[in-house]
Design a binder for this molecule. Structure first.
Ligand code: 13P
Ligand code: SF4
Length: 306
């Protein structure tokens, strides 16, 4: 039987031999984080892979992230480590529903959170990440906006951009929306000295209590710059574990013990190994119409500066 360390060494050898760049979203488990070339948030990973020298990209994350990597690096081979790893929120809106919304509100800009399928992105005007959403929505020339699919992130932005009108769908992250205001009150009582850091995919009754709300990378950056010793983390609980490794002299607490993304947890080291030997994973390919349309939305996002 191989130990974790032996399997990691095999993966690193295969990665070098096969010219592969391994990307790990920050919600992956620590054994995968350790063998990755880059760790980061959903869009940051694709950007790092674009400038990496390797011709093959292995995404340890969910499908929309692998599709985004393919759109940014169309000449490279992009593999999703676990073919079943999807983001449920990315598929919450049917294409025909979006077409109907666009027909009903023709003067509205259609803004898609990056957590959407490429086919949905292809029907939108511009993509945003949780890190760039505020800046882009504020800068858009249109006053009226259809924001898909996350009504919690959208609501959080809308509060900060009161001069614009928003239409939301009933979408959101099924994992972050598990966190309740009661969890906040409980955690504050248990850890009165701790700062509360949350992802804006949480419901408004949670984000309103936060000392800081931001993307996974922004949460980790916040900790790196803070001289505080204790933090309550309101996002996937893998971040609690990574932060604890990185800052052993600080203390981190889960805001909710059930904030765990099952799709992110599907990928194991064995999946990574199998994808590298050609026994697993799925190569991402997009038809030209989807590729061109989604690229247009992503390019529009980049034109505002990431
Ligand atoms: P980030 O872009 O902040 O990494 O978020 C991705 C995600 O899926 C959060 O649930
Ligand atoms: Fe999707 Fe939520 Fe999982 Fe992020 S945590 S990948 S938004 S289901």
């Amino acid at each position: 039987m191989l130990t974790t360390k032996q399997l990691q060494e095999e993966i690193l050898r295969l990665k070098r031999e096969n010219d592969v760049c391994i990307l790990a979203h920050a919600y992956q488990t620590h054994d995968i984080i350790e063998i990755a070339d880059f760790v980061g948030d959903s869009f940051g990973l694709s950007q790092r892979a674009q400038s990496a020298p390797q011709q093959n990209i292995l995404m340890c994350g969910v499908r929309f992230m692998a599709e985004t990597a393919k759109i940014l690096s169309p000449q490279k081979r992009v593999i999703l480590s676990h073919p079943e790893a999807t983001c449920p929120m990315a598929e919450q809106l049917e294409l025909d529903e979006l077409r109907a919304l666009k027909a009903k509100y023709p003067d509205h800009a259609v803004v898609a959170y990056i957590n959407t399928t490429s086919k949905l992105k292809a029907l939108c005007d511009v993509c945003v990440t949780s890190a760039s959403a505020y800046k882009i929505v504020k800068a858009l020339p249109q006053k009226n906006i259809i924001f898909i699919p996350d009504c919690n992130l959208g609501g959080w932005i809308a509060e900060r951009v009161p001069e614009k009108n928003f239409i939301f769908i009933d979408g959101g992250c099924p994992i972050h929306t598990r966190i309740t205001e009661r969890d906040v009150l409980h955690a504050r009582e248990q850890h009165p000295e701790a700062m509360l850091l949350v992802h804006p995919e949480c419901i408004a009754d949670v984000t309103k209590h936060a000392d800081f709300a931001g993307s996974t990378t922004a949460i980790m950056d916040f900790v790196s710059k803070s001289d505080k010793k204790e933090f309550i983390i309101g996002t996937d609980n893998s971040i609690v574990s990574h932060l604890q490794y990185e800052y052993p002299d600080k203390r981190f607490f889960e805001l909710s013990k059930i904030c765990v993304c099952h799709d992110m947890r599907l990928t194991t080291l064995v999946n990574v190994y199998n994808a590298l030997t050609g026994e697993g994973g799925e190569e991402i390919s997009l038809d030209s119409e989807t590729y061109e349309g989604a690229k247009r939305s992503i390019d529009a996002m980049l034109s505002y500066g990431q």
